[in-house]
Ligand binder design. Structure first.
Ligand SMILES: NC(=O)c1ccc[n+]([C@@H]2O[C@H](COP(=O)([O-])OP(=O)(O)OC[C@H]3O[C@@H](n4cnc5c(N)ncnc54)[C@H](O)[C@@H]3O)[C@@H](O)[C@H]2O)c1
Length: 443
């Protein structure tokens, strides 16, 4: 099949590469000319495990290419995926300008039947807006070309995106006409040879399903974070509580890890956007409002602990921060809790040495965008180098290389043996037995 993917970010690149990998011809379009030039030179602009290899293989086989030319992209695929960003607007609702611009640019150039697939995370009713935008452009051109609009939300997880796309738990498709349904079935057949994973529904339900999934996951995280804070006060260990409840199959173990709040490019904005949708419909989502509030509080928790330990005035204090990315195995810094922690420490006068295995460069860019004073941030060469002469170590991302440090060495390297662990990486008894003050989440 010939497929166009509009938007070559995390979702567009992974989708395009994986669709090419099963034998389709894929053309990826982006408005960012620098990004496209890098891709054309064989460079992958994001860090996603395994993605480089899939892209290289399919470019070499002539199945995957990149362009900035909207006309070429419109002419290419029968199926046209829209995978552009849907950032929060000023009021927190999803900003649809990129999605609608993508739809319009396709409509300005298309000459025959197209299936337009909304893969971006978009509020209920967006497919109707896309349909209307395309119709308007076609009318302006004085042509009548048939097209379908389908909702196919993406559930991939950054850091495991290739695996998620290649072996999906489910493929949700909101589709209301037979031609498009047949094409979507064909398109996804190679990804579900073991058993059928298609979940068919109407378009509006598919649009809502994506928000419902992220809202549910965010709810689990905020719930556990609040319980962790309570466990601390009560002298209970939230890790044991987690295992105690996770073993109940009605609850399960996933997404019950307490930490420093959820971040990333999806949960924060999707939780907000769903609330705006509900408000506009006159429906109260009281649970979700609390989820967001709890998350904002949680992002401050690690700094609160530092202040409790070292005092409000941190002038002259120097800290090591391990982990910048919002989660391991990605370089994505969008809404990363590490930024809130950095701001909290710097505002109180401290200096900070940071280290992340992958997100040093994206981290620097995100800090700049957040107005963080870079002259008081030291970008360390290694995790060990970050620790030298620090008053304490803070952990913000649960990267594998941080999970089993040489505690003996660490104790010597730190000025005072204090660890603020925002990800509960270590066994408290073990770390404390080595002479550390260990302040984790809910333990
Ligand atoms: N990142 C994730 O883990 C993830 C997972 C599931 C769903 N989503 C959703 O998928 C969508 C895309 O997310 P992302 O993280 O890939 O975004 P991204 O910001 O990484 O990439 C979006 C790309 O679209 C390009 N673009 C914007 N307007 C364009 C246009 N008119 N024509 C061509 N290209 C255009 C941008 O230049 C950018 O490269 C969002 O709605 C997001 O919520 C993201």
């Amino acid at each position: 099949m010939k497929i166009t993917v509009v938007g070559s970010g995390y979702v567009g690149l992974v989708s395009g590469a994986c669709l090419a990998d099963v034998g389709n011809m894929v053309l990826c379009l982006d408005v960012d000319a620098r990004k496209v030039a890098r891709l054309q030179q064989g460079e992958v602009p994001i860090h996603e495990p395994g993605l480089d290899e899939v892209i290289r293989r399919n470019v070499a086989a002539g199945r995957l290419s990149f362009t900035t030319d909207a006309a070429e992209a419109a002419a290419f695929g029968t199926v046209q995926f829209i995978a552009v960003g849907t950032p929060p607007g000023e009021d927190g609702s999803a900003d649809l300008q990129y999605v609608l611009a993508a739809a319009r640019q396709l409509a300005r150039h298309m000459t025959e039947y197209r299936v337009i697939v909304d893969k971006s995370t978009v509020p209920v009713g967006t497919a109707d807006q896309v349909r209307q935008a395309v119709q308007q452009e076609l009318q302006a051109r004085g042509v009548d070309i048939p097209f379908s609009v389908v909702s196919n939300p993406e559930f991939l997880k950054e850091g495991a995106a290739i695996e998620d796309f290649m072996r999906p738990d489910r493929i949700v498709v909101g589709c209301e006409d037979e031609t498009a349904r047949k094409l979507m079935r064909e398109l996804y057949a190679p990804f579900q040879r073991n058993h059928d994973r298609m979940v068919w529904m109407d378009v509006r339900s598919a649009e809502l399903t994506k928000y419902a999934a992220n809202a549910m996951l965010a709810t689990r995280i905020s719930f556990m974070n609040e319980l962790a804070n309570l466990a601390e006060r009560l002298g209970a260990d939230i890790e044991l509580v987690r295992q105690g409840i996770g073993s109940d199959p009605r609850i399960g173990y996933h997404f019950l890890y307490p930490g420093i709040g959820y971040g990333g490019s999806c949960f924060p904005k999707d939780v907000q956007a769903l609330q705006r949708t509900a408000q506009a419909s006159g429906v109260e989502l009281a649970v979700l409002a609390a989820v967001e509030h709890a998350n904002e509080q949680q992002k401050q928790r690690l700094v609160d602990k530092v202040v409790q330990r070292f005092g409000e005035d941190l002038v002259g204090r120097h800290f090591a921060l391990w982990g910048l990315a919002f989660k391991p195995n990605t370089d994505d810094m969008r809404e990363a809790p590490s930024l809130t922690i950095l701001q909290g420490l710097l505002q109180r006068g401290a200096t900070v040495a940071v280290f992340d295995p992958i997100a040093m460069e994206t981290g620097r860019v995100a800090m700049q965008a957040a107005g963080i004073a870079l002259d008081r941030v030291q970008f360390a060469e290694s995790a060990n180098a970050a620790v030298a002469q620090a008053d304490a170590l803070l952990i913000a991302t649960e990267w594998k290389p941080f999970r089993s440090p040489d505690f003996e060495w660490l104790k010597q390297a730190l000025k005072t043996p204090v660890i603020f662990d925002g990800r509960n990486l270590y066994d408290p008894a073990l770390v404390r037995a080595q002479g550390f003050e260990y302040l984790a989440m809910g333990r």
